[in-house]
Design a protein around this ligand. Structure first.
Ligand code: NAD
Length: 497
């Protein structure tokens, strides 16, 4: 059986490492498809060393050359994205179309990073003081770490590495050990695009690899995406070690439907955003707040649409694939049991599902709860599965209060035809990414992605201007070309004249 190996300095590490491994499983069949090496501290150190040794040459590589390589990478990715999507489906389980969508959204960040010369332009002030000029530049940090979750094995790393590389940093990526192969495919593509060895390295692993990166003095920044407890841990440990850290965490995204909304459009959106990727998206809608007497009709429309979904192997043209592991499937099934015993109305129960797949995949059908109340665990917890909870409120204010009281603040949406209500919501809601009649408001690459509250630790969101800022540090240069009139001693604080 093949072992997914680390990619260090432009080549696969030798299997002679003899270290720990974990199984990689195809969630649609339940079969182990490969093993993945779990890096020891020594292996992570090798990758960081490669990144550190390559950094001086890469930061001095001209912007023109860097951009040519980025364009090459973009062209190769665009031509061959089907290969990457198939890898994602085989290890994550999401359906092929969805995997292609993930790659396309990642590719948009590559395209954004192709414009890096413009984004890196500094400022210049002539005669700030008499015959004194000032200019500013932004310079790369050095070797940077990216630590990513299982649910977007291509897109989430691509939120960061195109910008990190374009701005002159070198990268050590530690992808999720559950679906590691996408990262290696990307590493090979970079090599084909002409990226010098050592600029982009991949170490596979678990806590040992992550802790080594967080402690390593040569790693200058950490971009993490994953669950809230680990995001908080990474933020605290990384910042304590003096690093710049952006740590994106979990979510519990609400969608409010006001009585004037088009209920057919709202039902379509709720099903797509609740059950797409089996609910394993940080921007999935998991709580729907039906305001003012529309719940019966809306729940009926959602149920009717949900019954038409085809569940099965993502390579078979189905709508929804399996969950990522048997353990996770069982955990989500446990939440369904808890919701039922807490007294929520089970409209659709995903525990009884017929899946179009061979073998024993980790399937769970879409589950719809009505009459959910805020103290139930299906409401309080991030379930990260195909479970949609409908909460009923009388008023908009009650609905708004629910969202603002929630500890997470990643994404949210409102469905209404009332511009005034939508504007008020946009203004009052304490969430980082807001959709108005858009259920999954993922920002474009030239804006920045990130939530508020427990959905993000640190103050920089991903990509866009904030991404460029995160991966560079500013320097301001004050210049005076000397002439004889500048002679003489002056021990006072420099003043402008
Ligand atoms: P996770 O937190 O289990 O793992 C994320 C990364 O951390 C992986 O690389 C993993 O190997 C590593 N890790 C796991 N346990 C660790 C530990 N104890 N110490 C150090 N490192 C550890 O998350 P996951 O299950 O892979 O991904 C799902 C989670 O990610 C969900 O909570 C989801 O909301 C969140 N997510 C958030 C966003 C966002 O933008 N906010 C995007 C995608 C996913």
């Amino acid at each position: 059986m093949q072992t997914v190996q680390h990619w260090i300095n432009g080549a696969y590490a030798s299997p002679a490492d003899g270290g720990r491994t974990a199984d990689v499983t195809n969630p649609a069949t339940g079969k182990v498809s490969a093993r993945v090496a779990l890096a020891s501290t020594a292996v992570v150190n090798q990758a960081v060393q490669a990144a550190a040794e390559t950094f001086p040459a890469w930061r001095d590589t001209s912007l023109t050359r860097r951009v040519q390589i980025l364009f090459n990478f973009r062209e190769l990715l665009n031509a061959r994205k089907g290969e990457l999507a198939a890898i994602i489906t085989a290890e994550h389980g999401k359906v092929l179309d969805d995997a292609l969508g993930e790659v396309s959204r990642g590719q948009e960040v590559v395209e954004f990073a192709c414009g890096i010369p413009h984004l890196l332009k500094g400022g210049y002030t002539e005669n700030a003081s008499t015959k004194v000029d000032v200019h500013s530049v932004r310079q790369p940090l050095g070797p940077v770490a990216i630590i990513s979750p299982f649910n977007f094995p291509a897109m989430v790393p691509m939120w960061f590495f195109p910008v990190a590389i374009a701005t002159g940093n070198t990268v050590v990526l530690k992808p999720s050990e559950k679906d590691p192969t996408a990262a290696n495919w990307i590493a090979e593509l970079w090599k084909e695009a002409g990226l010098p060895d050592g600029v982009f390295n991949v170490v596979h692993g678990d806590k040992e690899a992550v802790d080594t990166l967080l402690d390593h003095p040569d790693i200058k920044s950490v971009s993490f995406v994953g669950s809230t407890p680990i995001a908080q841990y990474v933020y605290q440990k990384g910042t304590a070690a003096g690093k710049r850290v952006q740590a994106l965490g979990g979510a519990k995204n609400h969608m409010i439907v006001l009585p004037d909304a088009d209920l057919d459009l709202a039902a379509d959106a709720a099903v797509s955003a609740g059950f797409g990727s089996a609910g394993e998206r940080c921007m999935a809608i998991s709580a729907l707040v039906a305001v003012g007497g529309i719940a019966d009709e809306l729940v009926a429309k959602i149920a009717e649409r949900t019954r038409t979904l085809r569940i099965g192997d993502g390579l078979r043209g189905t709508d929804m694939g399996p969950l990522v592991t048997a353990e996770h499937r069982n955990k989500v099934a446990g939440y369904i049991a808890a919701g039922e015993s807490a007294g929520a109305t089970v409209v659709l129960d995903g525990r009884h599902v017929e899946a179009d797949a061979e073998g024993d995949g980790f399937f769970l059908g879409p589950t719809l709860f009505d009459n959910v109340t805020p103290e139930m665990s299906i409401y309080t917890d991030e379930i990260f599965g195909p479970v949609l909870s409908v909460v009923r409120t009388e008023t908009y204010d009650e609905a708004l209060g629910l969202i603002n009281a929630n500890p997470y603040g990643n994404g949210t949406a409102i469905f209404t035809n009332d511009g005034g209500a939508a504007r008020r919501f946009e203004n009052e809601i304490e969430v980082g990414m807001v959709g108005i009649n858009v259920p999954i408001p993922v920002p474009m690459a030239y804006y920045s992605f990130g939530g508020w509250k427990n959905s993000l630790f640190g103050d920089s969101h991903a990509h866009g201007a904030e991404g460029v800022h995160f991966f560079t540090r500013g320097k301001v240069v004050t210049t005076r070309w000397l002439d004889p009139s500048h002679g003489g001693l002056n021990l006072g604080f420099p003043q402008n004249a």
